[in-house]
Design a protein. Sequence first.
Length: 259
Amino acid sequence: MSEPLSQADAGKFAAARGAVDLVEDGMKLGLGTGSTANWMVRALAARVAREGLTLTCVPTSTRTGDLARALGLTVVTLDEAGWLDLTIDGADEFDPALNLIKGGGGAHLQEKIVAAASDRMVVITDPSKDVAQLGAFPLPVEITPFGMGVTSKLIGKVLETAAVGARGSRLRMQGDAPFVTDEGNHIVDLALERIDAPADLAAALLQVPGVVETGLFLGLCDAVVIGHPDGRVETRRADGSAPVFARVDPAEAAALPVA
Ligand SMILES: O=C(CO)[C@H](O)[C@H](O)COP(=O)(O)O
């Protein structure tokens, strides 16, 4: 018998299961990265097996690609797909305008490229990521290994005049070495507590030559699907339309395929 899900995992499953209902036969899909996205890939593979859907999938990281292939999904590169109908991804925070912080899993560069190449980006999340204002989650900034010390100093200078609540920064580590992204870069996590002007901060950070991308996803997300541990699913849209409520069966989680 499988272990009961934690409350967080039950919410992540519900969001993922709810969002997978948006997928239609023939779609080209972007697959996000992270624990919530893993539930989505598994729920998607279950639908493909059950309904015989023909889908073309573009993963946003090596690990998501490995999982999708292992579960029998058809995986191609973004350039092979050309353009995507829908991307479903997780997030670390979302605000009332559906602006996001992403990159907790270190995949935000590919995630942003894939989201920008999609007709629609839908975020899947448990309720803990719902914030009134972005910034409590440390903002990931991807930087090149070349000149990383200088780049970090220049990021510090940007923060001196930025409208934020705090100015901490830390190079992300994996064991004793800097974390390396799929693109061979490193990540600096900015502890800002509160970001008052996300667009200004993103623009200023991108002016630093060694900064490749930030985890601020502004104006990219079309809808957020929020899953609750009891199976309730709420979908909020960026167009301001009324939220839509649905329900999934939490027991389905135990029956999903595993890699
Ligand atoms: O942006 C991401 C990876 O770069 C993830 O989507 C984000 O960190 C959320 O992860 P999880 O679903 O595990 O909470």
